[in-house]
Design a protein around this ligand. Structure first.
Ligand code: GLP
Length: 244
C-alpha cells in the first residue's frame, strides 16, 4: 500500500494493529506482535500511544517480541533497543510488565545460543506471532539479518555489516562505539509470523524497496525473501515508492 506521507502510512498500520488487538480481545485471546526499532516505526508507536490515551485502546491482552538488540549493550544505554521500546511504547500503554520481550544484550557469550533458542520457544509458547512489523535497512536487511542470511536462520548472534554500522552511527558518539554484533530473530522466525507488514519511508529507501519488491528474490537482499511469504504487505510512502 502506498500513502502520501509516513504519518498517513503509520496511522493506517496503527488502525490495523488496533483492529487486531480488539478482535483478539473479543475472542478472549492474546494478540502476539513482533516489533521493530529504528526511525521507521516511531510514528506508529506514537499513534498507538495516542489511541491508548485518547480512544482507550488497551494492551492488556498484548504480548510482544522485538526483533533485535545490539550486542553487547546495557538495557539502559541510550542506543539500546530495550530502552527505545520503553520510551517509545511500553512506558506509555497498559501492557503488563512481563508481556514484552526484547533480546537481552547482556547475556554472556557462552550462553547466547541457549538464550536464542529459549527466545524462539517463548514465541511459540505464546502462540506464534500474529503480526510482525518490519523496517528495512539500506542493504535490504530485516531485523539485523544482513545479506547472506538464509531462509532457515533462527534467532542468533550476528556480525553487523559495516554499512549498517555506518547507517546507525548517528545514534552513537562515534563510529568506533557502534557494536559489531547483534542478536536478531532469524528469517525463519520472521517467516513463521501469520502476517508480515514492512514499512519504509523516504527517498533514501526507494532503491532498496524496488529491489525487495521487484528484484530477484535472493538472500543477498533479505527483504526480497518476503516475496514468498503468504501474507506480507509493504506499507510505504510516495517517496519510498518513486522507483517502482
Ligand atoms: C536497523 C534495525 C532494523 C531497522 C533498520 C532500518 O538497524 N535493526 O530493524 O528496520 O535498521 O532502520 P531505520 O528505520 O532507522 O531506517
Amino acid at each position: 500500500d502506498i500513502y502520501p506521507t509516513a504519518k498517513d502510512g503509520s496511522r493506517a498500520v496503527a488502525q490495523e494493529i488496533a483492529a487486531l488487538i480488539k478482535a483478539k480481545q473479543a475472542a478472549k485471546e492474546t494478540c502476539v506482535l513482533g516489533l521493530a526499532t529504528g526511525s521507521t516505526p516511531k510514528y506508529l508507536y506514537a499513534e498507538l500511544v495516542r489511541l491508548h490515551r485518547e480512544e482507550g485502546l488497551s494492551f492488556r491482552n498484548v504480548v510482544t517480541f522485538n526483533l533485535d538488540e545490539y550486542y553487547p549493550i546495557e538495557p539502559d544505554a541510550l542506543q539500546s533497543y530495550n530502552r527505545f521500546m520503553k520510551e517509545q511504547l511500553f512506558n506509555h500503554v497498559d501492557i503488563p510488565e512481563g508481556n514484552y520481550y526484547v533480546p537481552d544484550g547482556t547475556v554472556p557469550k557462552e550462553k547466547i545460543k541457549a538464550y536464542c533458542e529459549e527466545y524462539e520457544r517463548k514465541i511459540e509458547a505464546a502462540g506464534g506471532i500474529d503480526l510482525q512489523i518490519l523496517g528495512i535497512g539500506n542493504n535490504g536487511h530485516i531485523g539485523f539479518n544482513e545479506p547472506g542470511s538464509n531462509l532457515n536462520s533462527h534467532t542468533r548472534l550476528v556480525t553487523l555489516d559495516n554499512s549498517t554500522r555506518l547507517a546507525n552511527a548517528y545514534e552513537f558518539p562515534n563510529m568506533s562505539q557502534v557494536p559489531r554484533l547483534a542478536i536478531t530473530a532469524g528469517i525463519s522466525t520472521i517467516y513463521k509470523a501469520k502476517h508480515v507488514l514492512l514499512m519504509a519511508w523516504g527517498t533514501h529507501k526507494a532503491k532498496i524497496v524496488r529491489r525487495a519488491v521487484e528484484g530477484h528474490s535472493s538472500d543477498q537482499v533479505p527483504a526480497s525473501l518476503l516475496q514468498q511469504h503468504p501474507n506480507c504487505k509493504f506499507v510505504i510512502d510516495e517517496q519510498a515508492a518513486q522507483e517502482l
